[in-house]
Ligand binder design. Structure first.
Ligand SMILES: [Zn+2]
Length: 201
């Protein structure tokens, strides 16, 4: 392969670090950008800069947001006493798309996973306990994924809440969700059923 100029090589190296993009794709994208007029090509760098400077985690629920608290936490028409605990912002978006849930959320930003070196302290469990300590929350719905690690995370949090806040009701999404599946990929009807048919833990 001929040597590219340093700036083209830099661009290709950065593109190749993205998930699912190998060196061949990186090369193709780099040359596509080179062919574009500057205005169009720079939209990509502007979009990356925007997302990295404007988007942050809500200080209450840890959802991704441009305003803090996020639109859901600051929505007075939603039930602020009902909290659904999910692993990732993507799961929250899937549940919101189902359109049935009127409570609020708490995003763990992961799950307990020894294989991925994720321990309870790496998740937003302690901030969840602080929210519960405020006394304004009467029910917590476990909305972690129905697989081994998601279930393990739900059980860990359940035991923490049961020990410290015995008056808080604990439920979990109904098992219309196939075992081993991901909330992110479940269809809207199944998610709506999972919320309305939630069960006591
Ligand atoms: Zn929020």
């Amino acid at each position: 392969m001929a040597n590219y100029t340093q700036s083209i090589q830099n661009l290709m190296n950065e593109l190749a670090r993205l998930p699912g993009i190998g060196m061949r794709s990186a090369e193709r994208i780099a040359f596509h950008l080179l062919k574009q007029n500057p205005e169009d090509a720079l939209k990509l760098s502007d979009a990356i800069r925007d997302v990295k400077t404007r988007i942050k985690h809500c200080s209450t629920c840890y959802n991704l947001t441009e305003q803090d608290p996020c639109g859901i936490c600051s929505d007075a028409s939603r039930d602020q006493g009902l909290v659904c605990v999910v692993e990732q912002p993507k799961d929250l978006l899937s549940l919101e798309a189902a359109g049935l849930y009127r409570g609020v959320y708490h995003v763990l930003l992961g799950r307990i996973s020894p294989l991925e070196d994720m321990e309870p302290g790496d998740l937003t469990i302690e901030p969840l306990m602080e929210r519960l300590a405020s006394g304004a929350i009467r029910e917590v719905i476990m909305g972690t994924n129905p697989n081994i690690e998601g279930d393990g995370t739900a059980l860990y949090i359940q035991s923490m809440i049961a020990g410290r806040f015995p008056n808080v009701q604990l439920t979990r999404l109904a098992r219309g969700l196939p075992a081993g599946s991901n909330i992110e990929y479940a269809n809207k009807n199944i998610l709506a059923d999972a919320i309305s048919g939630r069960q006591k833990m």
